[in-house]
Ligand binder design. Structure first.
Ligand code: HEM
Length: 416
């Protein structure tokens, strides 16, 4: 901790507190008003909650997106050795990189995320959504996360990458092991070992699949990336290395389904809690574009993103020292009354709606158009098929730790 930090006694943000997990917005309101540059002893990090400050941190040259290297350096030797393979791949994820590697990796990956490529996925998304909803016909009580919200994005991204659908269960299990390390504040005793196992299995899986696609290319994203790697790597600079290729596939698979699962799950819950808005959307399904922007703002799936202070500097008079970890709380910024009119009102027609759920600046989410399209198709079809779906009073939603991800482990519903 730095000498100039405020006393933590008054107000302390702890994402592991169950009350904060269920509803983080009251503490976000206090943080924005009383302590916008807050030191949280619970997560040993700065917590930034105002909209303008979050944008500034995202753009600030005094902040770095490479938060893994300093974290790894500080670990005791035994833990470093457990995490060495995790670091080998995660270090190559563009979300953790800075220029010039970030620029090169992003340019290569962006070739697969053109508006034309994303629009081309629409018929497949519609078919997956319809088929998963058909399976729910005749069911009464289900966990909506397991039965629908998780399935749709996972199958969409697997089809896009060219991963056989029958591997869903394994990929989900490996991804769950990784999420403990990447996106949660939970103190699971063996979380580093689990992350190691998840990364080991997933990277081995993609290494094998890449070898198969190299021998027998198909019309899928992995084959496109292999071509990008093989065409440009002759000068040894422009293309992707084999490890980078594997890491990209892991990032797309991981980033492409965890967050979108939470978008669909959170949206369903918001509509069940606001039946008048749900009925309005059913009557006017063409509002879905604006409605998804409000789902993203009001209780969006990316609670925060992390940075590291690259150079000691001050924010609102508070000194942030080189190496300190910083969480910019996107969901807190999205309810900032300095930016949004009536921020705590859920309004599916809100306009303007400049939420920052997909980030801001050079790391702006590459999959934003895909996530929006999936959200629009999945939510409209869900409320059309099960208009009276309800939460269950004695079996409430089970929220994930409210740190990086914002979503539910379980959302039990009565389909009616
Ligand atoms: C609702 C769903 C989604 C949300 C809320 C979301 C949110 C975000 C955020 C906040 C970032 C920036 C992180 C940072 O600055 O540290 C990001 C980056 C990224 N997202 Fe997403 N994402 C979603 C869906 C997707 C999907 C579907 C894909 C891919 C298929 C994807 C791929 C990526 C990639 C590759 C990056 C890294 C971009 C870079 O560092 O240049 N995301 N996302």
């Amino acid at each position: 901790m730095t000498a100039s930090m405020p006393s933590p006694a008054r107000l302390s943000y702890d994402p592991r507190d169950p009350a904060i997990r269920a509803d983080p917005f009251p503490v976000y309101a206090r943080l924005r008003d009383e302590d916008p540059v807050h030191w949280s002893p619970a997560i040993k990090s700065w917590v930034i909650t105002r909209y303008d400050d979050v944008r500034q941190v995202k753009l600030d040259a005094d902040m770095s997106s490479d938060r893994l290297t300093p974290f790894f350096r500080k670990l005791p030797e035994a833990q470093r050795s457990v995490l060495s393979e995790v670091m080998r791949y995660l270090n190559l994820w563009l979300v953790f990189r800075a220029p010039p590697e970030h620029t090169r990796l992003r340019r290569l990956l962006a070739t697969a995320f053109t508006p034309k490529a994303i629009n081309g996925l629409k018929p497949n998304i519609e078919a997956i959504v319809a088929e998963r909803l058909d399976r729910l016909e005749g069911c009464k009580r289900v966990d909506l996360i397991e039965a629908f919200a998780m399935q749709v994005p996972a199958l969409v991204i697997m089809d896009m990458l060219g991963v056989p659908r029958d591997r869903l269960k394994e990929l989900k299990a490996w991804s769950d092991q990784m999420v403990l390390f990447i996106g949660s504040a939970r103190n699971v005793p063996d979380k580093y070992e689990q992350a190691r196992d998840g990364v080991h299995r997933m990277s081995a899986f993609f290494r094998q699949l890449i070898a198969e696609r190299r021998a027998d290319p198909r019309d899928d994203f992995i084959s496109t990336l292999i071509a990008a790697r093989d065409e440009t790597s002759e000068d040894g600079k422009a293309g992707l290395s084999e490890d980078e290729l594997i890491a990209c596939c892991m990032l797309i698979l991981f980033g492409g389904h965890e967050t979108t699962t939470n978008l669909i799950g959170n949206s369903a819950l918001m509509l069940m809690r606001h039946p008048a808005e749900r009925d309005k959307l059913r009557r006017s399904p063409e509002l879905i574009g604006k409605a998804v922007e409000e789902f993203l703002r009001y209780d969006g799936p990316s609670n925060s993103s992390a940075r590291v202070v690259a150079r000691t500097h001050r924010m609102h008079g508070v000194e942030m020292r080189e190496g300190d970890r910083v969480f910019v709380m996107l969901n807190a910024a999205n309810r900032d009354p300095r930016q949004f009119d009536r921020p705590d009102v859920f309004d599916i027609e809100r306009d303007p709606n400049r939420h920052i759920t997909f980030g801001f600046g050079s790391h702006f989410c590459l999959g934003a158009a895909l996530a929006r399209l999936e959200g629009q198709i999945a939510v409209n079809a869900l409320i059309e098929r099960f208009p009276d779906m309800r939460t269950i009073e004695d079996d409430p939603p089970d929220w994930l730790d409210a740190l990086i991800m914002r979503g539910m482990r379980r959302l039990p519903v009565d389909l009616m």
